[in-house]
Design a protein around this ligand. Structure first.
Ligand code: SF4
Length: 485
């Protein structure tokens, strides 16, 4: 069902509905072959675009698709956002501070719009899927020209066309379960590393998370489409792919009889000849034996796993609706370490969940030690309206949560350092990304275990290649080494 509001006689707004977004129907997912209506083909002629991207790798991949669509209708990329004719903000809704940044950027864009009324401003991504955010945009930021959701990307040419004709904000935010859009053009940021979506949406409904509402139901791309994409990337000289999905290892559950799993897909991707495969983010519950076997046997699958645990306490995991226990999580890690010796495991942790006690928090600290994580993204709980956790009782003060957070970070930082120290004296294979930010004649890139590695060299021809580096020094956030002949 589409929630429509009449705007004027020609234009209707399609508004988001969190109630609608919560529904999961048992109907087949539609795969749509993306095409551009010829009437939009020159819409961007002699005009430029700029896309601001916030949030996860999924959003980065989505921005590459939107850039592809914009270029297909004639727009050219502007290096300078201040000179662009259309500016898109691809937003994130996972935490409140992600949204705060958007309000800040919009404040700056307001002045630009005043000086240049022809500038088009569009807001897309997860934020518009929230009713309150879209209502706030319409009420407080009327200079925004287009608001569209995660399921409406394919309609971008028409939305731009409508925005050029309309004085009012064009809104199209469908809250359904979503479809699969194939054959979209893409402008990839890198010539060596590529994002490849293998599935979309999430059906887990962890009680703190807005993603199942903003991204729709779990829907897997056909394996043939994924393999074809990776084959094309190999032909174009790409070295690494990162397989993307909100719940990446639930891949295949919604296809046919569910017999072809994420692990099977890893085995098939390995046969394409791509050198490196990474994936994000897996759910511990869906990490099955076949996926672990693929991680052990496929040469291309890198020995690093980002494995979000969120908490080390069973009661907290239960109220988070994570569907595993501390014991099950640790068992899976143990098995993985046996199958993939030396594997580096990193995680996500939420501190100060509603109702969490200090003793329960200490279980998370002890799990960090026991699991020997080599890195963690740690967050203080951020309530998201529309999720069950938003209305849970939360007696612990923010100040107290900050103290817990600092205590946890001491342990996770130690893990980062330990993870780097174990490579001292060893030779690691680094895929070179470019010059180090420090700019002192150093290049940098990531090792197979996903460790950021810097080494002395000014030979830019190494960018995009895999080189051997002997690690000489370990820091908390990176390793330093010497280029080997
Ligand atoms: S599995 Fe991940 S994306 Fe899905 S609801 Fe849980 S935290 Fe959100």
């Amino acid at each position: 069902m589409i929630n429509e509001k009449k705007l004027d006689k020609d234009l209707k707004r399609v508004m988001p509905s969190l109630k609608e977004a919560r529904i999961r129907r048992n109907k087949e997912v539609e795969t749509i072959n993306f095409q551009i209506d010829p009437k939009y083909i020159n819409l961007g002629k002699d005009k430029t675009y700029f896309i601001y991207t916030y949030g996860c790798q999924g959003n980065e991949a989505d921005s590459e698709i939107m850039a592809g669509i914009l270029e297909a209708i004639g727009y050219k990329h502007s290096e300078d956002p201040l000179l662009a004719d259309i500016v898109l903000l691809n937003t994130c809704a996972i935490r409140e501070n992600a949204e705060q940044r958007i309000w800040g950027v919009l404040g700056q864009l307001k002045g630009r719009k005043r000086n240049n009324p022809d500038l088009l401003i569009g807001i897309c991504g997860c934020m518009p899927q929230e009713e309150n955010a879209t209502n706030k945009l319409l009420e407080s930021y009327p200079f925004v020209d287009i608001i569209f959701g995660t399921h409406n990307r394919g309609n971008l040419p028409k939305l731009i066309f409508d925005a050029y004709l309309s004085k009012a904000t064009v809104v199209e935010v469908i809250s359904g379960e979503g479809n699969i859009l194939e054959n979209t053009p893409k402008v990839r940021e890198s010539k060596t590393k590529a994002w490849v979506h293998i599935m979309y949406g999430c059906d887990e409904f962890c009680t703190y998370c807005i993603v199942p509402y903003t991204r729709g139901k779990e829907r897997s791309r056909a394996k043939e489409d994924i393999i074809n994409e990776v084959n094309e990337l190999v032909k174009e000289g790409y070295i690494e792919v990162t397989l993307l999905g909100q719940n990446v290892n639930a891949y295949g559950k919604d296809l046919g009889n569910g017999e072809y799993t994420f692990g099977d897909l890893l085995f098939d991707i390995d046969k394409t000849g791509i050198e490196r495969v990474r994936f994000t983010s897996p759910h511990p519950r869906d990490m099955d034996d076949r996926a672990m076997e693929a991680m052990a046997k496929c040469k291309s699958v890198m020995p690093h796993l980002h494995f979000p645990v969120q908490s080390g306490n069973d009661r907290v995991l239960k109220i988070m609706n994570r569907k595993y226990t501390r014991e099950i999580y640790l068992e899976k890690i143990k098995k993985l370490k046996e199958l993939v010796p030396g594997i580096s495991i990193t995680t996500d942790i939420i501190v100060g969940y509603p109702g969490e006690t200090y003793e329960e928090f200490k279980d998370t600290v002890s799990l960090v030690e026991e699991a020997e994580f080599e890195g963690a993204f740690t967050f203080i709980f951020s309530p998201r309206e529309g999720t069950p956790a938003f209305s849970m009782e939360d007696p612990i003060s923010l100040e107290e949560k900050h103290k817990w957070f600092d205590e946890l970070v001491e342990h996770t930082n130690k893990g980062y350092l330990n993870g780097h120290e174990k490579f001292i004296g060893k030779i690691v294979k680094v895929l070179v990304d470019g010059e180090s930010k420090s700019g002192d004649g150093m290049l940098c890139g990531y090792s197979e275990h996903n460790k950021l590695t810097h080494f002395k060299s000014d030979d830019l021809s190494l960018v995009g290649k895999i080189v051997n580096v002997k690690v000489t020094e370990a820091k908390t956030w990176f390793m330093i080494g010497e280029l080997c002949e």
